[in-house]
Design a protein around this ligand. Structure first.
Ligand SMILES: [Zn+2]
Length: 192
């Protein structure tokens, strides 16, 4: 980001000055010949090409600055209310979704002692960050400048791009986990 800050600080001002050249040329032309455009014909093409390039860089710098601002806004993780059940969590399974592994957990015993009802699909929770599909290390997430996210495993080097953050993917994986659990429960019931 240092390079971008340097560009913004040190290059924008000269670019703005450069953009004054056509304005000054026009005014000079008007003052000496009475025609706004007389002087422009005598300006070599290279000058126009250079000005166009400078203008393009200027637009790009604005776009970069806008994107950086946006990234700073997005980089805050969503606020979630974390309630830890009495007795903590117990890992009950793994789910593969979005090319990574999600640890599915449920309130640990003594839930059955406090609550006679069996565990519901809505009690399930998924751990974030998700785990590496190769070595099950927790995934590291960084935002990509071009949009989306990069997920990386610090242990084995696995990495992938993902459009959504793992907070968003967790919500989706949770829906699948709940449904899988409901199916599992109904099968267990039928088996009795
Ligand atoms: Zn790994």
């Amino acid at each position: 980001m240092k390079v971008v800050n340097f560009l913004l600080d040190k290059i924008i001002a000269p670019i703005l000055l450069a953009l004054l050249i056509p304005v000054v040329t026009g005014i000079g032309s008007k003052a000496s010949t009475g025609n706004w455009f007389e002087w422009f014909a005598s300006v070599p093409n290279q000058v126009w090409i250079t000005l166009a390039a400078i203008f393009a860089i200027w637009i790009l710098a604005i776009a970069i600055r806008y994107r950086i601002k946006q990234l700073r806004k997005e980089s805050h993780s969503p606020i979630s209310i974390i309630s830890v059940p009495y007795g903590g969590w117990r890992n009950i399974g793994k789910l593969k979704y979005a090319d990574v592994i999600w640890i599915v957990r449920a309130p640990a015993p003594p839930w059955h002692e406090l609550d006679p009802e069996p565990i519901s699909a809505y009690d399930l929770d998924l751990q974030t960050p998700p785990r590496c599909p190769k070595c099950e290390t927790e995934i590291e997430q960084t935002q990509s400048f071009w949009g989306g996210y990069i997920w990386k495993c610090v242990k084995c080097g696995f990495h992938k791009r993902n459009r959504e953050s793992y907070y968003r993917e967790e919500e989706r994986a949770k829906k699948i986990a709940r449904r899988d659990f409901e199916i599992y429960q109904s099968q267990a019931k039928d088996g009795q």
